[in-house]
Ligand binder design. Sequence first.
Ligand code: ATP
Length: 271
Amino acid sequence: MAEPVLQFRDVAFAWPDAAPLLSGLNLSVAPGECLALVGRNGAGKSTLFKLACGLLKPAAGQVTVGGLDTAQARAPQLARQVALMFQEAERQICHDQVEAEVAFAPRLAGLDASELALKVARALELTGLAGRARCHPFDLNAGERRLLTLAALIAQDTPLILLDEPTRDFDAAQLACFEAWLTLARSEGRALLFISHDLDFIARHASRVLHLDGGAIVADGPSCRVLLHPALQAPDALPAPTLPALCQALGLPPTADADAFDAAWLARLRG
Ligand SMILES: Nc1ncnc2c1ncn2[C@@H]1O[C@H](COP(=O)(O)OP(=O)(O)OP(=O)(O)O)[C@@H](O)[C@H]1O
């Protein structure tokens, strides 16, 4: 079996002057997995992400990324293994030109000028920002700024990518661009973890969903099963993902794929 790209072993964590948030948390993510983290506000999703990229260190237990212990590894080593898009993506932009922002990580990684130019051009192309290379990031709209942070992650070229509410600011065209990249990144074997409150988006893309509550994993499995679980469908919870909920109501096998739904429904109609 492939070596996990991310592993939590008996991890404990508490914020200062607060009760323990995580205790004895175990999690393993394989290359190529696309995993969604769901759970109510304050469940610990963003904290788990910060532990996963080494911004926070566990109080007990161990977090490894690409086999590196985040408590021991140096930042440049971790930056070759894992990249993170913050929930407030524009806060991680630190250059005054789009191109310079995208070039930041590969330049620090020591790429020569021609490799660097290729990486930056590809990242801008994939995010639809090729025509905005010389712009100031704050002249971009909110969705473009999020795409800019995505371009920077693409250029960072890591096996593990963490995305906190990635679709938040996108219009329909930007979402389509992002979803095309997501499919490409999966085909390249990257492991993707994202936090999202958009259950339809999760149902379309996640191969696995973790439900976090009070810092503990209360469900871990295929998206249709976890997203329709009663614990996520409490009265004050998010609306169920459309297609899996429709399948459930019609007594069809759960799926988030429109073609599979059509096939199952037609088979039912034909008796
Ligand atoms: N920098 C911080 N300092 C102290 N406590 C924090 C800090 N960040 C988060 N917390 C606390 O940790 C708990 C988990 O927060 P976290 O942001 O990880 O949850 P979340 O599931 O990502 O929530 P949301 O969906 O609202 O982003 C909350 O009680 C929160 O108040």
